[in-house]
Design a protein around this ligand. Sequence first.
Ligand SMILES: CC(=O)SCCNC(=O)CCNC(=O)[C@H](O)C(C)(C)COP(=O)(O)OP(=O)(O)OC[C@H]1O[C@@H](n2cnc3c(N)ncnc32)[C@H](O)[C@@H]1OP(=O)(O)O
Ligand SMILES: O=C([O-])CC(=O)C(=O)O
Length: 429
Amino acid sequence: MSDKKATLTIDGMDEAVELPIYSGTIGPDVVDVGSLTGKGMFTYDPGFVSTASCESQITYIDGGKGVLLHRGYPIEQLAEHSDYLETCYLLLYGELPTKEQKDKFVSTVTNHTMVHEQLAHFFNGFRRDSHPMAIMCGVVGALSAFYHDSLDISDEQHRQVAAFRLIAKMPTLAAMSYKFSIGQPFMYPDNSMGYAENFLHMMFGVPCEKSNISPVLADAMDKIFLLHADHEQNASTSTVRLAGSSGANPFACIAAGIAALWGPSHGGANEAVLDMLQEIGDVSRIDEFVARAKDKNDPFRLMGFGHRVYKNFDPRAKVMKKAADEVLAELGLENDPLLAIAKRLEEIALEDEYFIEKKLYPNVDFYSGIILKAIGIPTSMFTVIFAVGRTIGWIAHWHEMISGSYRIGRPRQLYTGHDKRDFVPLEDR
Ligand SMILES: CC(=O)SCCNC(=O)CCNC(=O)[C@H](O)C(C)(C)COP(=O)(O)OP(=O)(O)OC[C@H]1O[C@@H](n2cnc3c(N)ncnc32)[C@H](O)[C@@H]1OP(=O)(O)O
Ligand SMILES: O=C([O-])CC(=O)C(=O)O
C-alpha cells in the first residue's frame, strides 16, 4: 500500500473523500465506501484481474490445468472431430447440431457470403498500403449502414440474421482487404465451396482461372478458425459486450471487438510472433532474445508467451503445434527454419527459471503464424484471420447478453487528479 491518497467522488455525496491508493498488488483492493454512503463497496481492480463481469454458459477455462471447454466439449476433441461452422453452431446455440440442423445452418450462412456491392466502394477510400485490420475496423462497422433488417436488437429474428451475416461476410471482407492491398480485383465467394476453402479462394483466386484450393490448406485454415473461435471474457469479447450493453447494433459491436483485438498484447500477437521469429533468424541467436525478454529495462517480450488466464500450457497451442508439424510435413516444409526456432525457443523458455516462475507458456498465437505462413498468408493478415475466427465468439457472447437480462456496463474509477480549484484567466497564467 502506498502513502498516496486518492480522491473518490461517489454518487449522492456532496464532498469527495480521501482514500489510500493501493499499488503493486495483483488482485482487487476493496475500497469500502459503504460507511460513507450506504451504497456498498468499490473494487479497485485495474486490468480486471479478479473481476467477473457477467455470467456465461459458453466457454469454461481452467487456466491452472490448461483446460478449455466450449459448451462443455474439450477444445482438443472439437479440433479433431468438428469443423469451424459446426463449432459456430455449438457456441451460438449451446448444443452440437444434428445432421439436418448442421446442413441447414451451413446453407443459411453460405447464402450470406456476398457483401452489398456498394461496400466495395469503401475500399477505394483507403490507401493501398493500409493495414488490413485498419480496413476491417471500418468496413465491418459500415455493415450497419446496409442491413437494416438486422439492427433491431430487441427482435430475435434480427439478431439471428445479424449473426449469420457476420459469420458469412467476415471472410469475404477479410479477403477483400487483402486483394485491395495487392491491387487485384475482388473475388466473389464461390458458394459451392466450404467455409475455409471459400476464404482461400477469395484470397488467392483470380477471375480468369478456376480456383483449385488444396484440401490440406483448407483443413488447416478451418482448424485455425476453430481454435480461435472463443475464449470467454478476453479484451475484445469484453469490448463487444460493453459496446452491446449500451444497445449498440451488432455490426458496430463487432467493429469495436476488432479494434480491441488488434493490439499486440491480444490478437496482434500472432503477427508480432512471426516478426520476432524472423528477427531471431537463427537458433544460435535465441539466447540473446531470451535474455532481452528477462531484462526489466528492456520492453521486449517473447511474443506468443504468457497469458492472463493460463498458468500452464494453452491447450490450443499444443493442438496448433501438432497441426504445424502435420501441415508443414504435408507441404514438404518440415525443415522450415522458423519452426525450428519456435520449437527451440519453447524448449529454452520451459527450462528457464524466469519463465517457470512467472508461468509463461506458449499461447494460441505462438504456432499459428507458422501454419499461416506455410499456407501463403502474409503476416499483415494474421490478426484479420484471428478476427474472422473470433467473430462467432463475439456474436455468441453478444447474443447471450442481449437475450438475457443486462444493464449498461459502467465501471467506476479512483479519481487521482486535482482537488476543486478556481479557473485562472489566461492573462494570469
Ligand atoms: C490471443 C491472446 O490474446 S493470447 C496473448 C497474446 N499476447 C502475447 O503473446 C504477448 C506477450 N505476452 C504478454 O504481453 C502477457 O503475457 C499478456 C498480455 C498475454 C498477459 O499479461 P498480464 O496477465 O497482464 O501479465 P503481465 O503483463 O502483468 O506479466 C506478468 C509478469 O510476466 C512477465 N511477462 C509476461 N509475459 C511475458 C513475455 N511474453 N515475455 C517476457 N516476460 C513476460 C511480465 O514482465 C511480468 O513480470 P513482472 O511481474 O516481473 O513485472
Ligand atoms: O483470453 C484472453 O485473454 C486472450 C484471448 O482472447 C485468447 O487467448 O484467445
